[in-house]
Design a protein around this ligand. Structure first.
Ligand SMILES: *Cc1c(COP(=O)(O)O)cnc(C)c1O
Length: 241
């Protein structure tokens, strides 16, 4: 079935779903950034998606990104629009330096120690890197992220880190066969973003709410997401393991 579809067809389908969800929420599809998550997919597939119009690419492992990005870039038409690279998976502190070199945005800041390591690496390179704070809105123990109750204090603790710029919040919705059940988690992230904005921290410009994946992007957009991270919907199913 979907394996017969080209990446371009799938990408167009995802963009249509985004537009539909935005319309249902009375919002414009232009407000919503699509990050295509290409983990476990070859460089050729990522390039195909970029050539079909994908502008933001996400990976969940530094090592995989490191192995693929050069190859992806080498085959790309350099006159095309610039691609932005996102780290969406859990980041270990000892990979902070490489992550800062590879990515434009790190979506998975989940501890002050990690934030400090990223800050140090960015400062050493004379770079200010965009980051999102990952929040564990479902409370599932398998998930990374700061707890919602600690998020405001967490952002406050990032005040002195000049090498990073807080641009928003990220969450992974709960594991559930029914995406409707993910709504409370998405709603709580949106409310948290409002609460942090209300604090008026000059170092935190809470612009992005990164929530929604292939199965639950419609619900996430209806609940206020303006950044969805879609893997399977664009690239097809991944090998297990
Ligand atoms: C894999 C992944 C996605 C995309 O998942 P799909 O269900 O394939 O759309 C999104 N966010 C993160 C953090 C991921 O690891």
């Amino acid at each position: 079935m979907s394996s017969e579809q080209s990446i371009k067809d799938r990408l167009d389908g995802v963009l249509e779903s985004i537009a539909g969800a935005a319309a249902r929420a009375g919002r414009s599809a232009d407000e919503i950034t699509l990050v295509g998550v290409s983990k476990k997919k070859p460089a050729s597939a990522v390039r195909e998606a970029i050539e079909a119009g994908l502008l933001e690419v996400g990976e969940n492992r530094v090592q995989e990104a490191e192995a693929k990005f050069g190859e992806i870039r080498a085959g790309l038409d350099s006159t095309g629009p610039p691609v932005r690279w996102h780290m969406v998976g859990h980041l270990q502190r000892n990979k902070a330096k490489t992550a800062v070199e590879l990515f434009d945005m790190i979506q998975s800041i989940d501890s002050v120690r990690l934030a400090r390591a990223v800050d140090k690496a960015a400062t050493a390179r004379g770079k200010v890197i965009d980051v999102l704070v990952e929040v564990n809105t479902s409370g599932e123990r398998s998930k990374f992220g700061v707890s919602p109750g600690e998020a405001i204090k967490f952002v406050r603790n990032l005040a002195d880190l000049k090498g990073l710029r807080v641009r928003g919040l990220m969450t992974v919705g709960p594991l559930t066969p029914d995406p409707e059940r993910a709504r409370p988690a998405f709603r709580s992230l949106r409310e948290l973003a409002e609460a942090i904005r209300a604090e008026g921290y000059p170092w935190a410009e809470i612009r992005y709410l990164s929530m929604g994946m292939t199965a639950d992007m419609g619900q996430a957009i209806e609940e206020g997401s303006n950044m969805v991270r879609v893997g399977t919907g664009i690239f097809g199913r991944r090998a297990q393991g």
